[in-house]
Design a protein around this ligand. Sequence first.
Ligand SMILES: Cc1cc2nc3c(=O)[nH]c(=O)nc-3n(C[C@H](O)[C@H](O)[C@H](O)COP(=O)(O)O)c2cc1C
Length: 205
Amino acid sequence: MGYETSMDVFEAMETCRAMRHLKPDPVAEESIRKVVHAATRASNPGNSQGWEFVVLRDTEAKSRIGEALREVMHPIIEGMAADDSSASGRRMYAGVKHLMDGFEAVPVYIFVCGHVVYPPQNPLKELVPAALYPASQNLIVAARALGLGTTFTTFHMMVEPVVREVLGLPDELELGVMIAMGWPDRPFGLVKRKPVDEVLHWDRW
Ligand SMILES: Cc1cc2nc3c(=O)[nH]c(=O)nc-3n(C[C@H](O)[C@H](O)[C@H](O)COP(=O)(O)O)c2cc1C
């Protein structure tokens, strides 16, 4: 599979911030395929590859999820924002609110779902995220390399029954991450993380 992007993978990871301000412009199906392809290259338990990707673009369906989400999440986000007086916290909660309020305007959501398939002798629900999270991280880094903004979310789990019904998910499929994706409406800044030397230990603690 050919990739036109020439962005270095380290640069993509360094600038792969949660992009909660996205333009409503459509994203080409080819780009969606590319990022899902990248997701399916991820490491996963025993190469069981139990993942499934549901791409949501339909406005009415988005609306049903968006409305349910706003109803449940608004008071929670307002409470969290009130408890966090830091400038970065205020910015983050304003971003989360922006994403929820404009839920329907985001061009694409990718729901990363998983079958309970590992280990084969005794499949455990608890191990489904072990496949879905590396795949989702691959997806957001690939999207960044293509110039697309993403936000990795789990807040949709607050309205899981609505999401399941709208997407028609079978009961046996676990619902994992939801990734909002579109063309960025803000610049990609550097991620702010602890310095590596604060968390890196050589040979022993
Ligand atoms: C497992 C996981 C769940 C997350 N859930 C949400 C979420 O529900 N809503 C949201 O807006 N961001 C969510 N995020 C994004 C994080 O809040 C974000 O990556 C973090 O605050 C660091 O910010 P940055 O990526 O912009 O540097 C989630 C990220 C991860 C890895």
